[in-house]
Design a protein around this ligand. Sequence first.
Ligand SMILES: Nc1ncnc2c1ncn2[C@@H]1O[C@H](COP(=O)(O)OP(=O)(O)OP(=O)(O)O)[C@@H](O)[C@H]1O
Length: 288
Amino acid sequence: MKIEVKQLTKRYKEKVALNQVSFVMDEPKIYGLLGRNGAGKTTFMQLLSGLILPNEGEILIDGETPFENRKLTEAICFIREGQNFKKDLSIKNVLVISSLFYPNWDHDLAERLLKEFQLTKGMRVKTLSKGMESALGIIVGLASKAPITMFDEPYIGLDAAARSRFYELLVEEYEREKRTIIFSTHLIDEVSSLFEEVLIFEDGSVKVQEETDSLRERCYSVTGPSAEVERYVSGKQVLDQKSLAGMSTAIVLDDHLDAQVEAPLVKDGVSIQELMIHLTSRKEEGVK
Ligand SMILES: Nc1ncnc2c1ncn2[C@@H]1O[C@H](COP(=O)(O)OP(=O)(O)OP(=O)(O)O)[C@@H](O)[C@H]1O
């Protein structure tokens, strides 16, 4: 499904959560939503799910707005950090309700994942540990087979082994049947290898939208004698630079792919997490 975000603004009283944001997600991919706390990621996902209305602008999904649009809302599954299900429901009823709501519901997958995450149908949501409740959200998200499936920090309380299994299952399901998966996370190093495209939010705007591979190529560090580094970075976007004893390291976001660096300079990769931190650092706020 094609998602078009046009001049989208959402305000909460005087707080602008999203400010004139425009972008397109035009094909099924695994999209990573990154950004500092309060950058606007959850607000965007709530707007995309049709849970709230924007103040200005619009989101179009295959040309239609999601708010009060049953045909679209059953094509969207939004799994949040917690509180996805009513506390009094049993797991069995969560699955029944989900299967009635989502037309593509995969019963066999849900059953398989229940076993995998060691949940039993008789358990009630209110008796689940944080990790078990997250596992239930993950099961519903994957088994919904919704053409747009969103996970907003979906793994609270899940241990590292369970998180790693979730990532594997996500990729397996995606490979079996491509769909738009939008994944918001702060565990960037852990998850970024899954993303085909990343969107970096900052203070209600989208600062970067790019294929992960190209972003990885464009962002790198250069180390060497300070004068050589200065010469190299001249005219380039420098995200960070440190110098010590005549040597410097600069982190560059190059306009070009495949930049060549000649000796004595040394080029090294920069992780998506590091890139995000440098791009959205708030040094100007005066940390003393
Ligand atoms: N219901 C609300 N009422 C008032 N302000 C809100 C509400 N929801 C979000 N905000 C504000 O809007 C801004 C964006 O919040 P949002 O939850 O979208 O950020 P986020 O990027 O998802 O953050 P996090 O990574 O911490 O989950 C924040 O300043 C937040 O305080």
